[in-house]
Design a protein around this ligand. Structure first.
Ligand code: SF4
Ligand code: SF4
Length: 315
């Protein structure tokens, strides 16, 4: 495993386990099996885990953490908190449901730009108080937009930037790969910690996974890479890309066959809530039913959280 420093914390695995793939938005396996996967990854040297309030999977992290030395783990989470109360709710929920005393990183989820950040500033101020008490070690944002990465430079509070970043620019909402790359590079020059997400473009690059991984991994301004993994083979594959090891042909074939897709159940009533939520413009209503354009979808699952009847699934 390749290890890096996350500010003062040493020996942080460069490969971060993105646990959206273990949330009920995407994965219907048992808690026990999901914890087994986390333990498998941990046994292979992964000690960095990313979650979110939206993923609703703190219970899985709690089970995983309970027999570990907490100080040897790095846990990142995020929420849509927009004021003091929602910030307090988010932090208390994360601490309680994961049964931990602190969070290594906490982010505002899915930020658009500096104005959007300022709109959440009373939450940010509360997060800073948690940081003063050591309850949050570092604070940041996650985003699918170039503008948010660029604007992160304006805010000293933002130490950690978690952008959508893949070599084809798939899913970037307001620009090209080159523009995102430039923004990320600048953020790094301003000492932000950079963790790339969606390096496989929400599954679109899965047939060229090795190339996609190695490209992002080769960039000196990317500190860490978060990948959602839902099988042992995916964990093995990502570790072998990171370590430049030859990947077993059986694993290669299994990964190719694991391409996921978004399914909308026939019971959809066409309410359109999910359509409004999708910033990738991948959803529309046709004949009172929601339909997805998989060319645009990055499998972020944000829409699934909107459908209270659970008619949207990633399988
Ligand atoms: S939120 Fe659910 S019911 Fe409404 S359009 Fe989307 S899939 Fe259909
Ligand atoms: S359709 Fe849903 S999963 Fe796909 S990009 Fe839009 S919000 Fe994300």
């Amino acid at each position: 495993m390749k290890y890096i420093n996350l500010f003062e914390k040493e020996n942080v695995s460069k490969l971060c386990y993105g646990t959206l793939s273990l949330s009920n938005l995407q994965n219907f396996d048992t808690v026990e099996n999901k914890v087994k996967l986390l333990n498998y990854a941990y046994g292979k040297g992964i000690n960095f885990f990313d979650t979110a309030e939206l993923y609703d999977n703190y219970n899985i992290l709690k089970e995983f953490i309970k027999d570990k030395d907490r100080d040897k783990l790095i846990i990142a989470s995020k929420s849509y908190a927009y004021d003091k109360n929602t910030a307090e709710y988010s932090i208390n929920k994360a601490l309680k449901e994961m049964n931990t005393d602190y969070l290594d990183v906490f982010m505002l989820h899915e930020q658009d730009n500096g104005n959007n950040f300022l709109g959440h500033y009373s939450a940010v101020e509360r997060f800073m108080k948690y940081k003063d008490k050591g309850i949050i070690k570092h604070f940041g944002i996650s985003t699918h937009r170039v503008e948010a990465v660029r604007d992160s430079l304006k805010f000293k509070e933002i130490e950690f930037v978690f952008p959508l970043f893949n070599y084809k620019g798939i899913g970037i909402q307001d620009g090209t790969f080159e523009q995102m790359s430039e923004a990320v590079k600048k953020a790094k020059e301003h000492n932000k910690f950079i963790m790339a997400m969606k390096i496989y473009g929400g599954g679109h690059l899965i047939n060229e996974a090795e190339k996609a991984f190695k490209y992002v991994n080769s960039l000196s301004f990317v500190d860490s890479i978060a990948v959602g993994m839902s099988t042992v083979e995916e964990i093995d594959a990502n570790i072998s890309y990171l370590e430049n090891n030859e990947l077993n042909i059986n694993i290669k074939n299994k990964i190719r066959n694991q391409k996921r897709t978004l399914v909308i159940e026939e019971w959809c009533v066409g309410c359109g809530k999910c359509v409004k939520r999708c910033r990738q413009n991948a959803l529309r209503i046709v004949d009172n039913k929601c339909v997805v354009d998989m060319e645009k979808c990055v499998l972020c699952s944000y829409c699934a959280g909107e459908c209270t009847d659970f008619y949207i699934k990633i399988v």
